[in-house]
Design a protein around this ligand. Sequence first.
Ligand SMILES: [Fe+2]
Ligand SMILES: [Fe+2]
Length: 210
Amino acid sequence: MIKQSKIDRIILELEYAINTLHGNHKLEDSSKFTENSKDINRKDVKISQGIMRVNHMGEVCAQGLYRGQAAFTDDKKVREKLYEMCDEEREHLNMCKTRLDELSGKSSVFNGVWYASSFLLGVFAGVSKRQFGAGFIEETEKQVSTHLDQSIEKLPDSDKRSKEMLMHIKEDEEKHKTTAQKMGSEEIPEIMKNFMDKTSSLMKKITYYL
Ligand SMILES: [Fe+2]
Ligand SMILES: [Fe+2]
């Protein structure tokens, strides 16, 4: 295997970030979900757009967080697991973007900022001790799971397709939580959990509209 220099790795991360933010993300096969209905009224479409924009932003952040952690952890096993999870999160990203496009919704104008801040949090998780690193993954997936429940609840009944997509994503996030537990995760400090919760709440509020 060719050894990558620091510059190579920085370029690779920048390319990955640009692709996450501006790539053409399309779900290859969405036939397992209820077909896209044209009968959703304008008010419901507006609600669905906001909710799917928030969930798309969440998947952008998941990419940033795990890429940042993978780039800075010196634990080979954790790094491999994080890259594996990034691939699975990629499907979520494609799913949310596909649905957002179908609803004629726009992705968040702040996604670049959200990605960068998540990457930094990932760096912090990467350089902290191994058990905390896995603890960050577990806490993230736990908070994402709760958020998904709230999103599914808030989606209008007329938008079955978005609901089914989020339910599918939730199943995967639950698996990620178990993966982190198996990695020997240690609970991260309460102050850190609160910080993650408060910042994500603020990000969600802004992203719902912008
Ligand atoms: Fe995800
Ligand atoms: Fe996940």
